[in-house]
Design a protein around this ligand. Sequence first.
Ligand code: DX5
Ligand code: ZN
Length: 220
Amino acid sequence: MMSKLIAPSILAADFANLQRDVEMINRSEADWFHIDIMDGVFVPNISFGMPVLRDIVKHATKTIDCHLMIVDPDRYVETFAQLGCNILTVHYEACTHLHRTLQLIKSHGMKAGVALNPHTSIDLLKDVIQDIDLVCLMSVNPGFGGQSFIENTYNKVARLKELINAKGCDTLIEIDGGVTDKNAKQLTDAGADVLVAGSYVFKSTDQEATVKSLKALANS
Ligand code: DX5
Ligand code: ZN
């Protein structure tokens, strides 16, 4: 079985020491960089945009997993490809023509992800799951780091795993929001493949050791 992956979220980094924090992730056992782009319209917060992403990519040596919390993401797909994103995730709730958006992402050489808000049912993916490389299940309402984990997520992971198996596809399941040592193992046991962790990693005193222990728990 493929090992379970850890994707620290840069949103919780110290933006005045961004190179230092990017290099910490490079050195650590983390697998991906999770990059949260917020537009202040789809979510009630603004994170950072292209110039900051460009400087992160300059130093990062691992997969760039970019989570767009923006309306009408088609407008920027080409730009994010040029900036060096490897995986581009759009929100189900922000795409009127989701199938078209997924094809557009793939046509630019990136893996295509779809994020679901906590209220959005897994069942809505039935007719498109075969076109999705990664489903990001939001385990908090998107917009902010440091929120607490919504327990119904376990149930959604299990149902999503059933759907993926039933269709015989190899879509990855990513969990985003409130991930800690308290829920990591239960999430991967339920079928999650990738755990995003922001505050849990960056607010800890030994960040590299925290990544290492989270990865061990996820794979235990
Ligand atoms: C929330 C973002 C998350 C966030 C996770 O809108 O999509 O990626 O950075 O942060 P924590 O792990 O602190 O909940
Ligand atoms: Zn995210």
